[in-house]
Design a protein around this ligand. Structure first.
Ligand code: SF4
Length: 326
């Protein structure tokens, strides 16, 4: 049974075949790292884990693209790809830098969509206009703007040294959607707070906040502790404990049931980079986490929008007879 509106299935339905993401490093930094806002970063962020480092190794955008594309073409015969500008904040700095990065995508073979990750405070009208114009200029079917929110609570955002508030996210999401960009929100479950930790109630508040905005996609991320971060210090001092797998499964199920059934789910859990995970151990075994999510959703008959919009009829992606689980 199909239980969530998953990105891979959404793209396959739209394009008739798989659309593969290719991660690209365009050499951007982050204002929360380079001193513009702070040098500390978000308390959970491992700067070593945030970038692919391919640009530092001297590979241009075109060379990075060809490297990954060749693998996917040879191994799986794929022909459609999404350029994924993932590392750090890909609109940080002058608009000319973003324009140059977008120019670098021109003519990439098989380029179908663009997915660009950034912070909501690294956008202005000029950069949003550039992104919107790139859709037609580069012949893209979709431009996904992945915006980090993490939590709708400004108290939590201040505590994790995020450097922006939830209103900044809301404004950026509205401005981007007005220009035809497809906004994807990043949210995290189990963030530290001055009192301890966000729990289910805060995650549901964040999902409701996102649901009320012109956001069309969401990435869920369980908080895990990475080496060398402030969160690791808090964890070692006994001041913070990440959610257990059972807690996360329960929270995720409750959140997914309340999510707009039209929202596309891009991710259901965080994915630690190699060597960075301190705790919890369960977060490091992605296959097992995926299986646990599927089993939990099946056992409790959880499906996206069950508690939000189901009265208007089942969404078009929902197929009780399909074998694909969560
Ligand atoms: S905004 Fe992103 S890259 Fe920057 S410190 Fe926070 S998590 Fe790390």
């Amino acid at each position: 049974m199909v239980r969530i509106h998953r990105l891979s299935a959404h793209l396959r339905r739209r394009f008739g075949e798989r659309v593969q993401k290719i991660p690209l490093d365009a050499g951007f930094s982050c204002p929360n790292r380079d001193g513009t806002l702070s040098r500390e970063g978000c308390v959970f962020c491992n700067p070593q884990g945030s970038g692919s480092g391919m640009l530092d190794r001297g590979l241009s955008i075109r060379e990075q693209w060809d490297f990954w594309r060749d693998i996917h073409v040879k191994k799986h015969g794929l022909s459609l790809f999404t350029a994924y500008l993932q590392s750090y904040s890909n609109t940080h700095g002058p608009a000319a830098k973003l324009a140059a990065a977008l120019d670098g995508l021109d003519g990439l073979p098989g380029l179908t969509c663009l997915s660009l990750g950034t912070r909501p405070d690294c956008l202005d009208a000029e950069k949003l206009d550039l992104l919107a114009a790139s859709k037609e200029r580069l012949g893209l079917a979709e431009v996904y703007l992945e915006l980090g929110l993490q939590s709708a609570s400004d108290v939590t955002l201040a505590h994790i040294n995020r450097g922006h508030d939830s209103a900044t996210f809301a404004n950026a999401a509205r401005e981007a959607a007005d220009r035809g960009l497809t906004v994807v929100a990043h949210v995290m479950a189990g963030l530290p707070t001055p009192q301890g930790r966000e729990e289910l109630a805060e995650l549901l508040d964040t999902v409701a906040f996102v649901d009320a905005l012109p956001v069309q996609g969401i990435k869920f991320h369980n908080v895990f502790v990475c080496r060398g971060t402030r969160l690791a210090r808090w964890f070692e001092q006994g001041d913070y404990a990440p959610p257990s797998q059972d807690e996360y499964l329960y929270w995720l199920g409750e959140a997914v049931m309340r999510l707009d059934p039209r929202m596309v789910i891009h991710r259901l859990n965080g994915n630690p980079a190699q060597g960075e995970l301190v705790a919890p151990a369960w977060a490091g075994n992605l296959r097992r986490v995926h299986n646990a999510v599927r089993d939990h959703f099946e056992k409790h008959d959880i499906w996206q929008g069950k508690l939000n919009g189901a009265e208007q009829g089942l969404p078009e992606w929902f197929d009780p007879d399909a074998g694909d689980g969560a």
